[in-house]
Design a protein around this ligand. Structure first.
Ligand SMILES: Nc1ncnc2c1ncn2[C@@H]1O[C@H](COP(=O)(O)OP(=O)(O)OP(=O)(O)O)[C@@H](O)[C@H]1O
Ligand SMILES: [Mg+2]
Length: 578
């Protein structure tokens, strides 16, 4: 006899289980997804010891027929597809027919189920693949799966589990995602008998968010409703006040399935840029709906990864969905939402036409050509068609920094620096994008600056960028340059120092791709030219700032993501007294 033999079923299932079930949370995921597929409106998950000894998932879904109960435990047994081509059509969570077989091969699994048609329910117990005799039981319609002693027969796997509290945390986090993806299903999670998550299933995403994240998050959300080119994106994003240092609060679902995907993450980062603080990540919970034939979910056994057939279109859709929603928040009490599509399109073009890696010079020259084309195309200033109209009562300036205005029952603090920075940023960027030539303010007496060798090298490298932004500079001897003109902006600062400040800032921060450097360049010029805190403003200057902010599509934050305005209602203030 040769050395090669066919493995027995139990071994095959246990091997498969290694891919599907690494830890208790994977069991919870598979069972809850089955309940969702069964049309349940109520799903209750009970665990003990972080799920290691006990996981029970009960639902009020359609149930499993008596005849199907045993076969459901077979590998490749599924009611959801009939052939591979069905994967492109179905929208159910499951399709492999692998989960129950895998779970049952490494635990003691009990299945109790009743369908609408059948008189009674049935119960079967499966211990590591050995099915015991079926019993009749009296239960309501629906299914309960109990998984005990996970990994009892695979001690090596058991050893890899973490502390109960850690395994519990994984389960809780996954359950929260399931609840967020399915606001129309009522979820309950009990840990050793204690309720740790409970949602109503009333269909309102905001209510689920409130349950999980609390009031502060709920109060800073913006609704997302995007639908174009066969991609629909709905859910919420957060404003800059609830952005975080990590990506934990960036959740997206693809047809309600939680997935991870770099294209989507990158696109979101770009869309949030300037709408959240530096090194912060915007809050979002989004569900992307698209036909299953536009992607492949069968990439990995955990179904956490996906391959999109058209990556550009998903990138663009996510960018548009987030960016245009960010621009829809109210501003100074005015929530007249003008159609900002054009502005978003312009921003998108600016972003995507600079997709070039620094170290690839050949690509760079290609880029130049397309850049020229785009500039001609977009030679148009994108502003709001109408100024947002508001009536306010000017109160004064606090700490020589915050302009205070009162509108009805609300008081607004406008950060004079952040506000001016945003106004200048938009102006410089428009000029820059559109390659406007007369954006230079010539100096009466040109200035000659002595610089270091490193500084001269830097200027030479980015000379075109300096020129595009409005600097008229030229080399003057070996280690000096002559400044003839600076960007034409309304300066409140001493314009002589601006060049050096910008140079200094850019040189300490010369990272990233060309488009990042350009973006930072523009933001730096805006920052250095803008009024600072502790500069006294006249009443005319205050009005100028407010009027110009009202004219912008994006007046909400400075280019570094700090809010331009902070609002307090009378109610907020009254609460402080309690
Ligand atoms: N809670 C449930 N309610 C109703 N039917 C269920 C439930 N759980 C499992 N089933 C039935 O058992 C079958 C096998 O479930 P299993 O999870 O193993 O496979 P699947 O969901 O079809 O595919 P996948 O392996 O991708 O999850 C399902 O196709 C379904 O018909
Ligand atoms: Mg399944």
């Amino acid at each position: 006899m040769g050395n090669i033999v066919l493995l027995d079923d139990l071994t095959i299932n246990q091997i498969a289980a290694g891919e599907v079930v690494e830890r208790p949370v994977n069991v919870v995921k598979e069972l809850v997804e089955n309940s969702i597929d069964a049309g349940a409106k109520e799903i209750i998950v009970e665990i003990k010891n972080g799920g290691k000894t006990y996981i029970k998932v009960s639902d009020n879904g359609k149930g499993i027929r008596k005849d199907d109960m045993e076969i459901a435990f077979e590998r490749h047994a599924t009611s959801k597809i009939r052939s591979i081509s069905d994967i492109e059509k179905i929208s159910s969570m499951g399709f492999r027919g692998e989960a129950l077989a895998s779970i049952a091969s490494i635990s003691k699994t009990t299945m109790i189920s009743k369908t609408e048609e059948e008189e009674t329910g049935y119960k079967i117990v499966n211990i590591a693949g050995n099915i015991e005799e079926m019993e009749e039981v009296v239960v309501q319609r629906g299914t309960t799966i109990l998984v005990e002693e996970l990994f009892f027969n695979t001690p090596v796997r058991y050893k890899f589990l973490k502390q109960d509290s850690t395994e519990f945390r994984y389960i809780k986090e996954w359950m929260q995602k399931a609840a967020l993806a399915n606001p129309n299903i009522s979820f309950r999670l009990l840990n050793s008998g204690k309720i740790v998550l409970k949602t109503s299933g009333n269909g309102k995403l905001e209510d689920v968010i409130y349950t999980i994240y609390g009031k502060q998050v709920k109060d800073n959300l913006i609704e997302v409703n995007y639908d174009a080119n066969n991609i629909k994106i709905t859910g919420v994003i957060g404003n800059t006040l609830i952005a975080k240092e990590n990506r934990k609060d960036q959740i997206f679902f693809l047809n309600k399935r939680y997935i991870k995907n770099n294209i989507i993450s990158n696109s979101a980062d770009q869309a949030f840029k300037g709408g959240t603080g530096i090194n912060k990540f915007g809050f979002f919970i989004l569900n992307i709906e698209m036909s299953p034939d536009m992607y492949d979910i069968n990439v990995h056994p955990t179904k956490l990864e996906v391959r999109f057939k058209n990556e550009d279109s998903i990138y663009k859709a996510v960018y548009y969905a987030i960016k245009s929603s960010l621009l829809k928040s109210e501003f100074l009490g005015n929530n007249e939402n003008e159609n900002e599509e054009k502005y978003v399109e312009n921003e998108y073009n600016f972003l995507t036409n600079h997709f070039v890696s620094d170290n690839n010079l050949e690509e760079k020259s290609d880029e130049k050509e397309t850049k020229e084309e785009i500039k001609v195309e977009n030679h148009e200033l994108i502003k709001r068609n109408t100024k947002r109209k508001i009536e306010y009562n000017y109160v004064g300036i606090l700490f020589r920094t915050y302009i205070i205005i009162e509108i009805d029952n609300e008081v607004y603090f406008i950060d004079q620096h952040a506000a001016h920075e945003r106004i200048l940023y938009e102006e410089i960027k428009e000029n820059y994008k559109n390659n406007i030539k007369n954006n230079t303010q010539m100096m009466l007496i040109p200035e000659v600056l002595n610089l270091s060798h490193k500084e001269i090298e830097f200027i030479k490298k980015y000379l075109q960028m300096f020129k595009n932004i409005g600097f008229d500079i030229e080399p003057f001897g070996d280690l000096s340059i002559k400044i003839n003109g600076i960007p034409d902006l309304d300066y409140k600062t001493n314009s002589k120092h601006i060049f050096l400040d910008i140079l200094d800032e850019m040189m300490t921060n010369e990272r990233g791709q060309i488009r990042d450097i350009e973006e930072r360049f523009i933001a730096t010029v805006a920052c250095k030219a803008a009024v600072k805190a502790h500069m006294d403003l006249t009443r005319e200057e205050v009005d100028y700032l407010i009027q110009n902010l009202l004219n912008l599509n994006n007046p909400y934050t400075c280019p570094h993501g700090r809010p331009t305005t902070i609002k307090y209602t009378r109610e907020d203030l009254e609460k402080l007294k309690k």
